[in-house]
Design a binder for this molecule. Structure first.
Ligand code: FE2
Length: 281
């Protein structure tokens, strides 16, 4: 196995591993170490079935099955999946979407930050890729936190924010409505990663809507300032997809986004998740 860093901000490519085979204990330990060090790990030229991808998630901490909204579940008549496999695709069959998050740009977010227990990791396997665009962008939230001034770090101590996402929309949620039926949860603005112990900024322009205990003007100003750190070139890196790529990203310390891509081309990523554990400051 060889592990090669992909950028100064994070990410590493791992070669010499065939994920269509069950991994041995030593391989799992080494991959897990790389995952914690680099935040995003990339395996290219893989040929993986749904089962292979689920087994990888099981070996990397356990496939998440909890709380997948009904509209995202893959209805292929095989109860084994139980909502664990989700297609990120713009492909339709007679006008019916075969998955979700089909087209266009997606802003930076953590998958599942609107849940009490966010996912530990997102695993994406490319089945179809566009000729250009559609790159997944990553922002390293350890690095974003480290770049804050000591005064700002002090100010964030103890602050918490509302994270909310509406599957029926693509942008930020308007808080001037009844949000009781929209997925949301309040998390600390800064969390301590449950595995590495490092502090990471836990905010995103797509899902973090309000800092608790501040008036709307103060909250918006603070979030706008923090979002600048998420959008800093020094914390960002990206992945250009080829069919056969498998990418695993750490949802506690990495936010991700998607660049726009040509709408007439097919793009299909198979997404599975690794179950999380409670997060705290
Ligand atoms: Fe996502």
């Amino acid at each position: 196995m060889n592990i090669r860093p992909l950028s100064t901000a994070g990410g590493a490519e791992i070669t010499g591993v065939d994920l269509s085979e069950t991994l041995g204990k030593d391989d799992i330990a080494e991959i897990t170490r790389a995952f914690h060090e680099f935040g995003v790990i990339v395996f290219r030229n893989q040929d993986l079935s749904d089962q292979d991808q689920l087994r990888f998630c099981d070996q990397m901490g356990g496939t998440a099955t909890r709380g997948r909204p009904l509209e995202q579940r893959r209805d292929d008549g095989d109860s084994h999946y139980g909502g664990t496999v989700h297609m990120v695709t713009n492909v339709t069959n007679d006008g019916t979407p075969l998955g979700s998050f089909g087209d266009g740009e997606v802003w930076f977010h953590h998958d599942g930050s609107f849940k009490e227990i966010p996912y530990a990791a997102t695993v994406l396997y490319a089945i179809e890729a566009t000729s250009s665009g559609g790159e997944t962008l990553f922002a390293n939230m350890y690095a974003a936190y480290d770049r804050l001034s000591p005064e700002m770090k002090n100010r964030l101590e103890g602050l918490r924010a509302l994270n909310i996402y509406d599957y029926a929309r693509t942008g930020r949620v308007d808080l001037d409505q009844d949000i009781s039926k929209i997925n949301h949860w309040i998390h600390p603005l800064v969390i301590r990663h449950p595995d590495t112990g490092r502090k990471a900024l836990f905010i995103s322009p797509l899902m973090t809507a309000r800092v608790e205990g501040l008036n709307p003007g103060e909250s918006n100003a603070l979030l706008a300032e923090l979002f600048r750190y998420v959008d800093d070139e020094d914390v960002k890196f990206e992945h250009s997809w080829r069919p056969g790529d498998l990418v695993m990203l750490d949802n506690r310390c990495i936010t991700h986004a998607r660049r726009d891509f040509p709408g007439g081309e097919r793009r299909t990523l198979r997404r599975t998740m690794v179950e999380g554990v409670p997060i705290s400051a």
